[in-house]
Unconditional design. Structure first.
Length: 223
């Protein structure tokens, strides 16, 4: 599964150049016995299997680098752009991808794992969330994205969703590009884009809009 899509395009070229590094370990390599079993039935009963603490502990100790140990799980803190920026500025991380019903809680506590989630849904394992998190981090590293201004104007960077984009031709199937974008008046264009971003955020993500308004009102109150 790794590097998967991270081996392509901008992330892939950066990986080849050594801008970032990915070391992958197979948890089953740290299991003992003829069958290399990594899971067992849960104490207390219930469906599913739980990944065993001694196997995970051995895998973590053999492969953990600098930075936090991150366990990808639906019950974790939601990943957001602020967290991605924090991780991109750090010294790396070790990502634990669970399977089955989950992992033994004791190994998470022993290694002070940070639990992170993509959203309120369940996947078959932590590999896809790990790829998503890595992609979000890698693209913020210096030299990965050519035009750094692109990163500054993306969704969530200022607490808002991104404004609409247009390119040539100026008219397509009877639909025209907004006149302000053709005006060459940079201040009016900035104002239009901000207004559009605010409108889209207010309509589509009331939770983000409330946080944005609260932060804006707080700044205004300090002036």
């Amino acid at each position: 599964m790794f590097p998967g899509p991270l081996g392509q395009s901008l992330a892939g070229r950066a990986l080849e150049k050594g801008t970032w590094r990915l070391d992958v370990a197979n948890i089953r390599d740290y299991a003992s016995g003829r069958h290399r079993s990594v899971d067992d039935i849960p104490f207390g009963g219930g469906a599913g299997m739980v990944m065993r603490p001694e196997v995970l502990d051995a895998a973590i100790r053999a492969n953990r680098g600098s930075g936090p140990l991150i366990y990808l799980t639906p019950r974790g803190r939601l990943i957001d752009q602020a967290l991605v920026r924090e991780l991109a500025a750090g010294d790396g991380a070790t990502l634990l991808c669970g399977r089955f019903e989950g992992v033994d809680q004791r190994v998470l506590e022993a290694h002070e794992a940070v639990e992170l989630s993509l959203g309120d849904f369940v996947l078959s394992g932590g590999e896809l969330p790990a790829l998503v998190l890595l992609d979000a981090i890698v693209r913020l590293l210096p030299g990965v994205v050519g035009n750094q201004e692109t990163l500054a104007e993306e969704s969530f960077e200022w607490g808002l969703l991104e404004y609409p984009h247009y390119t040539r031709p100026a008219e397509w199937q009877g639909r025209s590009v907004p006149e302000v974008l053709l005006s060459g008046h940079h201040e009016k264009i900035r104002a239009w884009r901000k207004s559009q971003a605010e409108d889209i955020t207010r309509l589509r993500r009331p939770d983000l809009w409330d946080r944005y308004k609260a932060a804006k009102d707080s700044k205004d109150g300090m002036r």
